[in-house]
Design a protein around this ligand. Sequence first.
Ligand code: SAH
Length: 395
Amino acid sequence: MSQKSNLKTNPDACPLAKKCGGCQLQNMTYPRQLKWKQAREEMLLGKFGKVDKIIGMQDPLHYRNKVQAAFGRTRSGKIISGVYQSSSHRIVNVDSCMIEDETADEITVDIRNMLPKFKIQVYDEDRRAGWLRHVLVKRGFKTNEVMVVLVAASSVFPSKKRFISSLLEKHGEITTIILSVNDKNTNLVLGEREIALYGRGYITDVLCGLEFAVSARSFYQINPVQTEKLYEKAMEYASLDKDSVVIDAYCGIGTIGLIASGRAGRVIGAELNRQAVNDAVANAKRNGIENARFYCCDAGDFMSEMAENGEKADVVFMDPPRSGSSKKFISSLVKMSPERVVYISCNPETLARDLRGGYMVQKITPVDMFPFTNHVETVVLMTRTDAGKRRNKLK
Ligand code: SAH
């Protein structure tokens, strides 16, 4: 497909697109975006086998369940909130965004408008003065629970009670409000200290029939509608049965492994981030799941140890970060030799690199998790035996 034919313009393009830079494909209509992504996947992955049709969204707007806004002032002193201009620290004022949750945007704008009345100062990075730095809103799309996190430079919040009741009056859907104290000169949004000002300090959401707790800091997929489709495809590829031994590598808060646990004999998860592992263990408990164990370690080290000890798995799910997997992981995987490997990837370039590791690609399905951006997620089924398909000889 020629570049030119991809650029059919989108009549509803965002007025902030150039300044914000978050939606690289917003100048294309949604069907065009899907074609663009399909073509990119075929270019990068076509040599490994047929790329099935990308799973797009029925309604590609307002899919983000997590919205983060930086607070600041213009030169003339007006309070603004929104995203940082691409590769800068200048804030682009956002009232509504085509990919963000609408409730989250409304809450953020209302907070911005409430600040003068409560004499709340926004933080000034240069002078290191002021109070409110960011607002983070997360919403459980299935449960409708809403978390608001006020990220501020200190825990002193004089108008706290009045502010909270005023915010709740406007937005009865808010189920928890958290103060995150970030007094450091840092690019990280959230501080280390969290104080629950209202509610439980976390929200829950339901994914593929299981309940997950989502805290301010825990990782949770930002497009839950497409995540369900992605995981369903992954489960289909895994064809589990009640005796299957499953590894969930790079498991995060355990979503894939826990969803698999109901259809498998035993699940073992590996994840580097301690907080995520704790969340995975808690999520297993929350759902009464007893056949899943989670370990905090490097996934490559974990696989290598498993392979060396002669431990076997029937199915390995792997969902590494954008940088892809490691040589150690792939070589241990080949040594362990599970029947099926389901590789979930958010970066087709590192995926293509990792697929050269010697397993046989059987199926490839792209899933559009991030409409309007140039990111594309892929789920790949690889098997140990040829099963009549072309062998990947690109080792
Ligand atoms: N499967 C999860 C999370 C995928 S994101 C889900 O669908 O929600 C990738 C995860 O890999 C992150 O949680 C990250 O902390 C973890 N990670 C990054 N490098 C790792 C490594 N070397 N070993 C194990 N986990 C790693």
